[in-house]
Design a protein around this ligand. Structure first.
Ligand code: MF3
Ligand code: CO
Ligand code: CO
Length: 271
């Protein structure tokens, strides 16, 4: 679904309340890197098996990314208050909510769930996407959590159209999570993405319909809900990156990068 030729009518550079609106030419770059990100997840999927280490997944991702002329925006990423992120992807297993650091001694086992989050950087633009994979045969609850999280992300994306508000996205996600008995992480949000990895606006995954900033064509951001099987509270481990559930229960996440079109949303990271 692309009505993006309509965006060419905007002179550039465009911004709305500090939020960058991408031109058609810039969007083509975002489509390219979005495709690359989606393909990287597809490439990694068959490797997600009991016995593989999260470091193996990282090394394969790093090699594949380089072979496709891109780099990982995550490797060495140093936002305020964090040390440089030491790997090329995030691997978040079971109670890890996000930003898990791949490690050679971390071996995936039957019944685990693992989110792999990739952010290639190509020609100055970022593509940010993640997916939670099942390792072997996880519990019924784990499988339900993963399924509901993906559905919640898609419902959030379905709420996107010009004139809708940021709160509409979170409301759709929160409703689907809670009706299924899960909680939505409050402290981590989706984000504008483009020439920068993380930029305005912030996209909470909970909220009230009709509240927050109005969406406009050309806005590009991620929708990346984290749902917990228990309470929504999180904590950050001593490495200052790994985010885990406070109560030790499972967490799942899915993420797409999207652009607001004249009619709805285009998912830039669909394979
Ligand atoms: N890709 C993550 C996001 O969705 C950010 C990871 S930053 C890292 O925003 F440094 F941990 F890789
Ligand atoms: Co991401
Ligand atoms: Co993101």
């Amino acid at each position: 679904m692309t009505d993006l030729h309509l965006l060419t009518k905007h002179p550039q550079p465009q911004s709305h309340q500090g939020i960058v609106l991408l031109s058609a030419r810039e969007l083509d770059k975002m489509r390219q890197v979005g495709q690359l990100a989606a393909q990287l997840l597809q490439h990694l999927e068959p490797l997600v098996q009991p016995g593989v280490s999260t470091q193996d997944l990282n090394d394969e991702a790093e090699q594949w990314t380089q072979a496709h002329g891109a780099t990982s925006a995550q490797l060495g990423y140093t936002p305020p208050g964090h040390p440089p992120f030491p790997r090329s992807i995030c691997t978040s297993v079971n109670e890890v909510v996000c930003h898990g650091i791949p490690h050679p001694k971390q071996i995936l086992k039957d019944g685990d769930i693992v989110n792999i989050d990739v952010t290639p950087l190509l020609d100055g633009y970022h593509g940010d996407t993640s997916k939670t994979f099942l390792v072997g045969n996880p519990s019924v609850t784990a499988r339900k959590l993963v399924q509901v999280t993906e559905e919640a992300m898609l419902l959030g994306i379905a709420a996107i159209r010009p004139g809708a508000r940021i709160g509409d996205i979170g409301a759709a996600i929160q409703e689907h999570a809670e009706v299924n008995g899960f909680s939505v992480v409050r402290d981590m949000v989706g984000h504008g993405v483009g020439r920068q990895f993380h930029m305005a606006p912030q996209i909470p995954h909970y909220g009230k319909r009709g509240t927050g900033l109005k969406l406009r064509p050309g806005m590009v951001f991620t929708v990346e809900p984290m749902l917990n099987a228990g309470r929504y509270d999180i904590k950050v481990l001593g490495d200052r990156w790994t985010v885990v559930t406070q109560d030790g229960n499972l967490s799942a996440q899915f993420e797409h990068t999207v652009v607001v079109t004249e009619r709805g949303a285009e998912i830039l990271t669909l394979p």
